[in-house]
Ligand binder design. Structure first.
Ligand SMILES: C[S@@+](CC[C@H](N)C(=O)[O-])C[C@H]1O[C@@H](n2cnc3c(N)ncnc32)[C@H](O)[C@@H]1O
Length: 282
């Protein structure tokens, strides 16, 4: 399932990368993927959080707050960040089928920039879906509101695309209210679902909940579709896609994440029922 990208590889056929994790730099790997080949893209890019160097302490117990301190989240400026996002989106637009859709998730730190870049490139935004965290990390210093949401942009390749996939009944099932509005309440990835090393430390700082991907995939793809995740982390998108009889192509540059992602595929995923999730939220 793992494919290591090499410099002398010029192009991949779809067959070569079907249900594979490609270990390499997305900026290089994407250029080698054929055009108009995927039905849906899920992109969970670096947030560019710009955290202060000094560790933040929890006010009551004085323990360190674990933020996203990874090197992959660091950029020297907004300009550098924007360029990174733009380069990836240019390739994604080329690789997406004309009626394909793209989901991009981030926090307030970068989602507005990403939205502008997407609109400037001709992507047509269909929705912003809010992930409302039922167990958000508090604002420990008490100097601003607790950030309990992440925003997901859902878009087509252009304004005139009308024949994209959307399963209305699923949307009603997942969104708040009878009409299925664009707010999804889902807990952060914790407990058994959170992948940890032998010392009990989180393997990835931003592992996304399975339930989030389940909703995205069930509402906006069909069985046998191909889902591309260019910045795959622990491979949550591909893992859920496979469980729901879809196919995936994932790209991730860090070997340590890929090792864990591969292990996930050894254990069949048991998707939680609606009732179980409801219980967790309450
Ligand atoms: C926000 S995380 C994705 C988390 C993932 N959705 C999950 O559930 O585990 C972003 C990922 O992008 C990867 N990444 C950043 N820059 C990359 C690049 N140029 N090529 C490939 N992967 C990259 C990072 O290593 C990180 O794992």
């Amino acid at each position: 399932m793992l494919l290591i990208d090499s410099d002398d590889k010029q192009h991949y056929s779809l067959k070569q990368i079907h249900n594979k994790i490609i270990e390499g730099d997305a900026l290089e790997v994407l250029k080698k993927i054929p055009e108009k080949s995927v039905n849906m893209v899920f992109m969970d890019p670096p947030y560019f959080l710009q955290l202060p160097k000094k560790k933040l302490k929890r006010w009551n117990v004085k323990t360190d707050v674990e933020g996203v301190e990874d090197d992959w989240d660091k950029f020297s400026s907004f300009e550098e960040y924007d360029n990174f996002i733009k380069k990836i989106l240019i390739e994604l637009k080329r690789i997406m089928k004309e009626n394909g859709t793209i989901w991009v998730i981030s926090t307030y730190h970068s989602i507005f920039r990403i939205g502008k870049i997407m609109q400037d490139m001709g992507f047509w935004i269909l929705n912003n879906v809010l992930w409302l965290k039922s167990n958000p990390m508090p604002n420990w210093l008490g100097v601003r509101f607790t950030n309990a949401t992440e925003t997901m942009i859902w878009a087509t390749t252009g304004k005139d695309v009308k024949d994209y996939t959307f399963h209305k009944e699923r949307a009603k099932e997942f969104g708040i209210g009878k009409v299925g509005a664009n707010v999804w309440q889902i807990p952060l990835c914790t407990g058994k679902e959170r992948l940890k090393d032998e010392e009990g430390k989180k393997i990835h700082s931003t592992q996304k909940p399975v339930e989030l991907l389940r909703r995205i995939i069930l509402t906006t793809t069909d069985e046998e579709d191909i889902i591309l995740d260019p910045l795959a982390g622990l491979g949550t998108a591909g893992y859920v896609a496979k469980t729901l009889n879809r196919n995936f192509i994932m790209i991730e540059k860090e070997e340590r994440y890929n090792k864990t992602a591969l292990k996930r595929f050894e254990n069949p995923l048991i998707l939680k029922t609606k009732e179980k999730i409801k219980k967790e939220i309450e």
